[in-house]
Write a protein that binds this ligand. Structure first.
Ligand code: PLP
Length: 415
């Protein structure tokens, strides 16, 4: 699943020794494997070869231009959720006819921008949004391609912050409302019905609820096609789970088989919006041990990466495997791995057994490629980490480390 492995106690990414990368670029440092990104893309695309499909990489999961460019070269489209993400796809010269735009809060400006770029379709999340898109498109004299995002009300049994397909979640509309919205869309002259969409959550590891949701959306699609308008694209969203610790994610081959069986008779083209599946295990966060501190009941390993660099452990209780970049010690210790941020919630791991480490050693936080750097902040006025993309035996810096001046560049103390 990934191209980070130990050789003689030294951690490599593809053909590059990570210790060498650290010596060159410092820490905290995000490192991505081009090969992993491509292999994950190919595996998913291969699983769906039995049906016409388009993979739209979820930009929010890992949005650095260097990574997006790799995916563009693979033929990927993009799933965006903001004007800023649209700008990123524009920056890499993405094919806008492969861009879909989701999100519950699209502003007038964002809609206008996306219409001018001629994206494939808006995934509409409410009636008011539909009216707004119709009106903005009318002003511009452009027809807007649309799909309605359906909330199929299924429980994916994932973390409550990353489930999006239950009726209590803010996303999409229920199937009944969805039908009404298609009726309405058919009467709005600046909209063109292109698809139907769902995205029920993230880090989904069970096929059952996912396929049930696809079935519900397919049934609605059949009604829309029968009563209202043809549908060209059925977009099933993303959310395919990966292994962080000991999860048992479903096999994408079996998943694809089930999905294809459901939707093939409709004669639609499938859109898939993976983020984590492609980026999650394709990236790591490297950090340096600053201090080792013992209290009466804990060992604290204090490192130079904190929740400002990787918030997932703190926000979702997420587990990330953490091991030294160079393994020298056989004995294991039980420790909390914590960052430098002045918050008790600033930790990368709690009560973790790990190879013993010494001051100045380097640690690798695995599985940090998705929802890692993109969620980083300048909290405590800490510059954001640099990002490196490895390709075989070479590496390139795809984002410079921020400097102190970057922290205050937009500020003015003399108002
Ligand atoms: C976040 C998101 C995705 C990607 O989710 P993953 O769990 O990373 O695959 C896909 N589609 C939409 C609409 C999203 O908001």
């Amino acid at each position: 699943m990934n191209d980070f492995e130990y050789r003689g106690g030294e951690l490599f990414c593809e053909g590059v020794r990570l210790k060498d990368v650290i010596n060159k670029y410092g820490t905290p440092l995000y490192v991505y494997s081009r090969k992993s990104i491509c292999e994950n893309f190919d595996r998913l695309s291969g699983a769906f070869k039995g049906i016409g499909h388009l993979i739209c990489f979820s930009v929010k999961s890992c949005s650095s231009l260097g990574v997006l460019k790799v995916l563009k070269e693979k033929g990927s489209g993009f799933d965006i959720v903001s004007g800023g993400e649209l700008f990123r796809t524009e920056e890499i010269g993405a094919d806008m006819s492969k861009v879909v735009f989701a999100g519950v809060g699209k502003t007038n400006d964002e809609i206008e921008y996306a219409l001018e770029q001629n994206i494939l379709m808006f995934n509409i999340e409410s009636e008011q949004e539909m009216e707004r898109i119709d009106s903005v498109a009318g002003d511009l004299g452009i027809k807007a391609g649309i799909a309605v995002r359906i909330n199929p009300d299924v429980d994916t049994k994932t973390h409550k912050y990353i489930t999006t397909g239950k009726s209590e979640n803010k996303f999409g509309v229920d199937t009944k409302k969805g039908y009404d919205l298609y009726k309405k869309a058919a009467g709005l002259k600046n909209l063109e019905i292109k698809g139907i969409q769902m995205h029920i959550g993230s880090q989904i590891t069970e096929i059952g609820p996912y396929v049930n949701a696809v079935r519900k959306v397919k049934q609605l699609a059949e009604e829309v096609v029968r009563d209202i308008h043809p549908i060209e694209y059925l977009d099933i969203g993303g959310g395919m789970g990966i292994i962080y610790k000991d999860e048992k994610p479903f096999d994408v081959g079996a998943f694809a088989e089930n999905v294809i069986k459901e939707v093939k008779p409709l004669g639609v083209k499938l859109i898939i919006e993976p983020g984590r599946y492609i980026a999650g295990n394709s990236g790591v966060l490297l950090t340096q041990v600053q201090y080792f501190k013992k209290s009466s009941d804990k060992n604290f390993v204090i490192v130079d990466a904190g929740i400002n660099d990787l918030i997932r452990p703190s926000l979702y209780g997420a587990y990330h495997r953490i091991e030294p970049v160079s393994i020298r010690e056989k004995n294991r210790i039980l420790c909390d791995i914590v960052g430098p941020i002045c918050e008790s919630g600033d930790f990368l791991a709690k009560d973790r057994e790990m190879s013993a480490v010494a001051q100045d050693d380097y640690l690798c936080v695995f599985g940090a490629g998705a929802y890692g750097f993109v969620m980083s902040s300048n909290y405590n006025s800490r510059p954001r980490a640099a990002e490196i993309l490895v390709n075989g035996s070479e590496e390139a810096m795809i984002r410079k480390r921020e400097e102190y001046l970057d922290l205050t560049r937009l500020e003015n103390a003399n108002m």
